[in-house]
Design a binder for this molecule. Structure first.
Ligand SMILES: Cc1ncc(COP(=O)(O)O)c(C=O)c1O
Length: 440
């Protein structure tokens, strides 16, 4: 029996006008549930069921759904008749940029876009303009957006990418048709945590930049090994390419200064999105002034275009300012709270799974977590492909959803705790996890 009949019929109805019935087909899943409202850590679906939410808009809702301070800032912007004029500078963009540059180590100046994909798109363009080279390196299992350079190799099958090679590179496993032939030859996909393969590519191609999530968070939570990010920094300095951290997911979630603040490695450019405006549509390209100034380069042949009708939209920018202020506030102690909940969840899951007789590893950075059904901490995507029990992961997620705990129902998708979650939410999550494991 379908437990979500209203959601299913909505999907069917939408299919008449939207291909697949869902805009952004990465939101389509099994089960397909239509969510209609959210408050704090909880969301409700069309059938009236309530869930503790760990999907958080693909990690964007870091303060929780409908955070009152962010909502008030957006309302105030509306009430002040803040307008989208499309001419001249705005107070809001200046205020946000100043706050951002005061928080993020690599940010001497920024540009503001509407999505994370636009941010990574522009970062690659800058890298090419600065270096005069065309090739870029990206990570197997990383996701950096939907555009031609990066729409590849996330959650690919082993059949599509082949067995582990090191040093070496993997086929460009396109996520999309329509990427011009030859374009993918400029993009080199290697394994994360594999410096030998970076050197291999550098010896063979003129590389403009390496673009990576400093922690791979689109295949769970895969952390850098000791010295890895430092080695990338050293190679970038020695060989003259740009080190670009894609912090669209790690961004404000792990620290107001991004993961770069925690790991102590400062990239040349970085990209942000998602949590920056707590669910309002935003992207940020940040970096050293000497690179960001390519947007205003006096030599037209070197100038990088940035444009966008909705860039730094007043409502989004008001939301972003309120988010930064709340994250920075000693009153709220956002990071202490989410990190403590993350630790509580990790400890509880470790206790529960250690008696299950099943291989597992709880991977976590702060409020981001993933339960791997394998016996060690994965170092890269091939490690996961070879050792993770994808079938059990799928069942586990489905059973949790049936109990009112929503993690995206696709294996190895990262879960996100928000500031609005409480110890009660974590206790309930652990109790329900224990009961479904007993039943499984
Ligand atoms: C690390 C990373 N970079 C870039 C993007 C693209 O951001 P957007 O979906 O806002 O275009 C995503 C989206 O999931 C992401 O996780």
């Amino acid at each position: 029996m379908n437990a979500w009949p209203k959601s299913s019929s909505l999907l069917k109805s939408n299919e008449q006008w939207i291909p697949g019935g869902v805009v952004s087909l990465n939101r389509k899943s099994d089960p397909n549930i239509c969510f209609v409202s959210g408050q704090g850590s909880r969301v409700k679906d069309l059938e009236g069921n309530e869930y503790i939410d760990y999907q958080a808009g693909f990690a964007a809702s870091f303060l929780g759904h409908n955070d009152p301070d962010v909502n008030n800032a957006v309302r105030a912007a509306l009430d002040n008749a803040t307008l989208l004029m499309g001419a001249g500078p705005t107070n809001l963009e200046g205020e946000f940029a100043q706050l951002f540059c005061g928080s993020v180590p690599s940010a001497e100046s920024i540009e503001i876009t509407t999505t994370g994909s636009e941010a990574t798109y522009h970062a690659i363009r800058i890298a090419r303009a600065v270096t005069g080279k065309n090739h870029i390196i990206v990570m197997q299992g990383g996701y950096n957006g939907w555009h031609n350079d990066v729409a590849c190799n996330v959650i690919s099958s082993l059949a599509d990418v082949g067995e582990r090679v090191s040093p070496g590179e993997y086929p460009f496993d396109a996520l999309s048709a329509g990427i011009p032939e030859g374009h993918s030859s400029l993009v080199h996909v290697i394994n994360y945590n594999d410096i030998a393969s970076v050197e291999y590519i550098l010896q063979r191609y003129p590389v403009a930049g390496i673009l990576l999530e400093p922690i791979l968070q689109n295949i769970g939570v895969v952390k850098p090994q000791a010295g890895y990010l430092e080695a990338l920094r050293r190679l970038a300095d020695e060989q003259g390419f740009l080190l670009i951290f894609d912090e669209v997911k790690t961004g404000f979630r792990h620290a107001l200064g991004g993961y770069q603040q925690l790991c102590g490695v400062t990239p040349d450019l970085s990209t942000f999105g998602k949590a920056v405006a707590n669910g309002y549509p935003v992207g940020v390209i940040a970096g050293k002034k000497k690179y960001m100034d390519y947007f205003i380069h006096p030599d037209k042949s070197k100038r990088v275009l940035i444009a966008g009708t909705f860039n730094a939209h007043p409502l989004t920018t008001a939301a972003a300012i309120a988010t930064v202020r709340k994250l920075a506030s000693a009153e709220f102690k956002v990071y202490d709270h989410v990190n403590a909940l993350g630790q509580m969840l990790e400890d509880g899951l470790n206790d529960i799974f250690s008696t299950s007789g099943r291989p597992f590893h709880i991977a976590r950075q702060g409020s981001a977590f993933c339960v791997y059904f394998m016996d060690h901490n994965p170092v890269d995507y091939h490690d996961i492909l070879k050792h993770h029990d994808f079938t059990f992961d799928k069942t586990y997620r489905l059973k949790l959803i049936e109990k009112g705990i929503f993690n995206f129902p696709l294996p190895i998708k990262q879960g996100s705790i928000s500031y609005a979650h409480t110890t009660k939410d974590i206790e309930e999550t652990l109790d329900k996890t224990q009961s479904i494991l007993a039943a499984l």
